[in-house]
Ligand binder design. Structure first.
Ligand SMILES: *[C@@H]1O[C@H](CO)[C@@H](O)[C@H](O)[C@H]1NC(C)=O
Ligand SMILES: *[C@@H]1O[C@H](CO)[C@@H](O)[C@H](O)[C@H]1NC(C)=O
Length: 346
């Protein structure tokens, strides 16, 4: 009885909180509507064929990465996109820390992204992969690990079994970069899992260190319907030490020209608030302070006290900027390479 009451209270409390959030959002919506858009209604987002591609971002960071995540969000914001932000609570393992995505920064605007991606197939999956496991076979794939974070509320050190397991023979293991750009159709295949493969592999990678470097790569390369859609690239600019370490070198102003010439979509990795990020903001993203990177959807007259994105125009049109040519060229060249390269997923 007592427990029941507690549960009801929790339910009530949750309902109350959600109502508050709901009302707040309506209030914000109507106030910005009346203040900034007295003539035109805010345009609705249209997605699908005939409209520019939209992106869903998963941005992840460790404890203390809050500011970085916020800056990255402002740099990649577009009303057509969706964002899922994640901050790991403890991040006690170095390996887990190394995976924070907030160390990346875009080298193109979201209008550039949409524009360039509208000229290629929407079924393409940008996923850097190889079946040549090298040292990863013995250090990442065959050891059996248990991550307590999956089962317990508190994260602790990953538990390593003393036994190893042989490589599976029901499927071929692939590995590669954890930074991927996946198509909606492939993600639906992974999530709805009408085929057993995505589910089977999810159970398998439960006990693999850094599953982010194995899961999607192995699923896609073992799926006859999707392996032809892979483009073997992660669209990132990185500089590696010689010999390479776990993570690429930190980029600074001395890398700016080469980075911009590369035609990559993102660069990695940056120290928090490195001055080179301000260069990217002012020269490429045209972004300042705590404002989002503007796009064709922003229509207010730009000034030091007015954020151009405080007024929206049609969010279904994009206007590419000065980096788009380089980016489009490099995008087309990796897509063409994958077409002639019959070694996709080999
Ligand atoms: C994938 O490409 C190969 C080789 O070009 C072709 O034989 C096969 O039919 C393609 N599969 C699909 C599902 O498109
Ligand atoms: C930039 O990075 C390079 C390579 O890591 C380093 O040698 C150089 O000293 C750095 N420059 C500045 C201004 O920090």
């Amino acid at each position: 009885m007592k427990a029941d009451k507690k549960w009801v209270f929790t339910l009530f409390f949750t309902a109350f909180i959600s109502i508050i959030i709901f009302i707040t959002s309506i209030y914000n919506f109507s106030s910005s509507y009346t203040l900034t858009n007295s003539h035109k209604p805010i345009s609705t987002v249209h997605r699908g064929t005939g409209y520019p591609p939209a992106f869903a971002y998963y941005i992840s960071g460790s404890r203390g990465d809050g500011d970085r995540i916020f800056r990255l969000l402002l740099a990649v914001y577009h009303p057509r996109n969706r964002y899922l932000l994640h901050i790991g609570t403890e991040g006690s393992d170095d390996e887990r820390m190394s995976l924070s995505f907030a160390l990346d920064y875009p080298l193109v605007t979201q209008d550039d992204m949409s524009h360039a991606f509208s000229s290629i197939s929407r079924d393409a999956n940008f996923i850097d992969h190889t079946s040549d496991l090298g040292w990863k076979e013995g250090q990442r794939i065959t050891p059996i690990v248990v991550d307590p974070g999956i089962y317990l509320a508190r994260r602790a050190q990953i538990f390593r079994a003393t036994e190893k397991r042989p490589l599976p023979n029901a499927f071929k293991v692939f590995t590669g970069s954890p930074w991927v750009i996946l198509s909606r159709s492939f993600l639906e295949y992974c999530i709805f899992a009408w085929d057993n493969l995505p589910r089977t592999l999810l159970m398998y990678v439960n006990n693999v260190i850094l599953a982010e470097e194995v899961y999607f790569h192995t699923v896609i390369c073992n799926s006859p319907d999707f392996k032809n859609t892979t483009v073997n690239a992660d669209l990132r600019y990185m500089v590696w030490d010689d010999p390479p370490k776990m993570e690429p070198l930190f980029l600074n102003k001395s890398n700016y020209d080469e980075m911009v010439e590369s035609g990559a979509a993102f660069a990695r990795q940056f120290a928090k608030n490195d001055p080179v990020l301000d260069m990217v903001d002012s020269k490429i993203l045209k972004r300042s302070g705590n404002r989002v990177a503007p796009g064709a959807w922003c229509t207010a007259r730009r000034s030091w006290f007015v954020d151009p994105c405080s007024q929206w125009d049609d969010v279904n049109v994009v206007r590419p900027g000065n980096q788009v040519k380089k980016f489009e060229e490099s995008l087309k060249s990796v897509v063409d390479d994958s077409r002639v390269d019959l070694n996709q997923c080999s």
